[in-house]
Design a protein around this ligand. Sequence first.
Ligand code: ATP
Length: 304
Amino acid sequence: MSHVIEMNRVSKIFNDKKAVDGISFTIGKGSITAVLGPNGAGKTTMLSMLLGLLTPTEGTVKVFGLAPKDVKVRERCGAMLQEVSVMDRLKVREIIALIRSYYPQPMDMEFLVRATGLAPADLNRYAEKLSGGQKRSLAFALALAGNPQLLFLDEPTVGLDTTARRRFWDTVRELAAGGTTILFTTHYLQEAEEVADRILLFSQGTLVADGSPEDIKARMVKQSLSFLPSGDAAALRGQLLKLAPVIDCYDKDGRIHVVTENTDEALRAIFTGGLAVRNVRIHQGSLDEAFEQLTHNHEEDMKR
Ligand SMILES: Nc1ncnc2c1ncn2[C@@H]1O[C@H](COP(=O)(O)OP(=O)(O)OP(=O)(O)O)[C@@H](O)[C@H]1O
């Protein structure tokens, strides 16, 4: 299968700083990928190379098997970037019509209006008179105007209210179901977890995790178990701390929690030892915790 996006050992150096450091990944058709990472991790730099706005210092970037600057690639891509600048002295309808006219098979105007939530009345307004949220809806309409097969979205929902945000993600899901490939950056972990089928987690220019939200949560080193004590809780805690796989244990919300690097081994030790526990639960940890842990571990490794 040919990949929609292919990054092979890509680095970008600004002066002496490596903003992106030897990154490789591929992305397949119709997937929704979230790019996450703290400020300065290299997300926008990576996106700019995919859009052909920046040239890699090392490595190769291919989009639809071609260089990102190729006109055949540009015709098939749409982008919504962080900075929204609208053309003055043009009405919303005129701007959308203008952008649609640049493409061989533009997106249906009715779909654009419905999908982006622009009200019919908004179409006759001058773009500079729109609110911040409406300007972002217009930017989304412009990103879709060319009927793209690949859509780049850089922190797309900043400034959108709850309704607009929900409509936005519904449209993204609908497009992906129709075969459009989506790559978006976000700082909202909940969005990544709900919408993306894959997460690329960046830290200091490198890719520290790549997988489904579930995979990434499962990579948490520390998971926890909790249960209700069947007998004396203090005695049970003492017994638990003597088991090799148990790192720590504590009481919370009437349950005893056990911290471990391996829930399977901890459970085995508890049952083999005949400890009096019931109502066992395994806590995977949140994506938030996984994200903190993975980027923190990476930063610590870099200091060594
Ligand atoms: N044009 C540039 N010249 C010099 N350094 C740059 C340039 N663009 C980015 N950088 C540096 O590269 C690093 C990565 O920046 P980038 O904007 O890609 O991060 P990011 O992950 O998108 O951050 P944010 O979440 O804040 O948008 C930062 O240290 C930044 O200062």
